[in-house]
Design a protein around this ligand. Sequence first.
Ligand code: NAP
Length: 291
Amino acid sequence: MRVTIFGATGLLGKALVREWKQDEVIGLGSRDADIRDPQQTSAAVARTRPEWIVLAAAYTNVDGCERNRELAFAVNCAGAANVARAAKTHNARLLFLSTDYVFDGRSKTPYETDHPRAPRSVYGQSKAEAEIQISQILPACCIVRTAWLFGTGGKCFPDTILELAASRAEIEVVDDQRGSPTHAPDLARAIIQLCHRNASGIAHATNRGECTWFEFAQAIVSRAGLGTKVKPTTSEKSVRPAERPKYSVLSPRSLEKYGIAMPAWQDALQNYLDERRSEPTAQKNTLIASS
Ligand SMILES: NC(=O)c1ccc[n+]([C@@H]2O[C@H](COP(=O)([O-])OP(=O)(O)OC[C@H]3O[C@@H](n4cnc5c(N)ncnc54)[C@H](OP(=O)(O)O)[C@@H]3O)[C@@H](O)[C@H]2O)c1
């Protein structure tokens, strides 16, 4: 099978390229094709002739999207629609990465795939609108919503916490937003299986279990063997430009239908820390205490 990945230079894209060994995979970054440009996008698909396209390219800075709505919609919505049109023209299947932020966070139980979209941020709105437009262009597309992505391929929450913990005796983290951390390699493996199983429709894919950002930070600091005190705070005290859902746990039921189960987030975190520790980078310093 031939696969083209848009967003291959990003956190998930790098994991996809690393994990996807059994097929012929071509990874593209924004320098190879800017998805805002329909001609560039179509030419990239024509050149790589994929059976599957994985669209992991996006403007993912949630607060940046709030400040620059035009760019958010140009990349996340119009850009995604350009990829869907190119997929249709060149007869390729499409798997589009979306987000838990398409929900408003008022639920008290895990979100199923048919729960109504009600995004509270520009980022969430741009992805929700993309889901709708892509499904109109390519009704058989596969939309994979994920959440709280982390991995060694880029900036992420555990990385930030470890950096802060290395230089501070105390850090404050919000304890009123609940979700499911997701390790990029685990998500990459689920995506590969979904393509092999010819998936269509919406699927929710996160690591198993849930926590607040505070609980996640506590686990990161303690498993890294650091002595930093992690204190809970609230979203009201730690105001950000974009509103985040208070609860965005995604139900694994849609993934289970394909016989796919993702590991618990605690195991995924341990794998991330082990991977980080074995990487020959400057980041290693922050983990010395655990070795
Ligand atoms: N990160 C999360 O916590 C999270 C949570 C839920 C869902 N998601 C979704 O998961 C997917 C992957 O996220 P990620 O964290 O891996 O993203 P990321 O690390 O921010 O990487 C973004 C990727 O998109 C590419 N890109 C940006 N603008 C582009 C453009 N105009 N044309 C072509 N490519 C462009 C970037 O290419 P260059 O680097 O070459 O510019 C990069 O490869 C996204 O769809 C995101 O919405 C992420």
